[in-house]
Design a protein around this ligand. Structure first.
Ligand SMILES: [Ca+2]
Ligand SMILES: [Ca+2]
Length: 229
């Protein structure tokens, strides 16, 4: 029995599998042409790029890198195999106080949560929100609190103000509050012996979320802010 053809087939398969697993060296570039149909490889590469949000890529030998992503997608982890794995949140275009996302009213005992991402490589990304704590008198009821929460909280900072002109919410010592992990207002003047409410009730709070350090994964670029009263 002549097994020559069988051995040739096995050898060819071994070469292809080796090339797929380990890549091919510069010297064996001719071999790659012999092993694979380049149009098919190109089509597979293009379909992979389209499916993973890659707008353009470059390959050198068997190593490919992402050059750019489709709109709203980002290659945060720098890994080619999962493409542009991180998407912008729905606040993507909110980069000014004037266009802050309005989270509505929070009454005493109420709460809400907002989650988003501050994307590395998106030079202007920061997210602005507005929340209202309506009160009919002093003390205002409840304890308005805005806090970064979750495992990634320390990656981010809050900046808070009472209006888009930088109105202060600071107690006593003045200044606009920046680099916060949490803002909390306790209306405890009544019963303390003071006769003047030195700090206005925070009826409206604008807050901005920024990232402190470079995120190297999509999850590290994600923040959660808890608002309670
Ligand atoms: Ca990636
Ligand atoms: Ca964002």
């Amino acid at each position: 029995m002549d097994i020559t053809n069988h051995q040739r087939t096995n050898t060819s398969l071994d070469q292809r599998i080796n090339a797929l697993i380990h890549g091919v060296s510069q010297e064996s570039a001719v071999l790659f042409h012999e092993l694979f149909d380049l149009d098919t490889i190109q089509r597979i590469q293009d379909e992979f790029a389209a499916a993973t949000g890659v707008a353009s890529y470059g390959c050198s030998g068997s190593t490919c890198t992402i050059a750019s992503c489709s709109a709203g997608l980002y290659d945060v982890n720098g890994t080619y195999s999962d493409g542009c794995e991180c998407s912008e949140d729905s606040y993507g275009s909110i980069h000014t106080c004037a266009t802050a996302r309005d989270l509505g009213d929070i009454s005493s005992g109420g709460s809400t949560t907002v989650s988003g991402r501050i994307i590395p490589g998106s030079a202007t990304d920061d997210d602005w929100f507005r929340v209202d704590f309506p009160a009919s008198g002093r003390p205002g009821g409840g304890r308005p609190t805005i806090a970064l929460t979750g495992a990634s909280a320390s990656n981010f900072s809050l900046q808070v103000a009472s209006n888009c002109s930088g109105g202060s919410l600071a107690c006593g010592d003045g200044g606009i509050l920046t680099s916060l992990q949490e803002y909390e207002f306790t209306d405890n003047v009544v019963g303390s012996g003071w006769t003047v409410n030195g700090t206005s009730w925070p009826s409206t709070v604008y807050f901005r979320v920024t990232r402190n350090s470079t995120a190297t994964s999509c999850s590290a670029a994600a923040y959660t802010v808890s608002i309670t009263r």
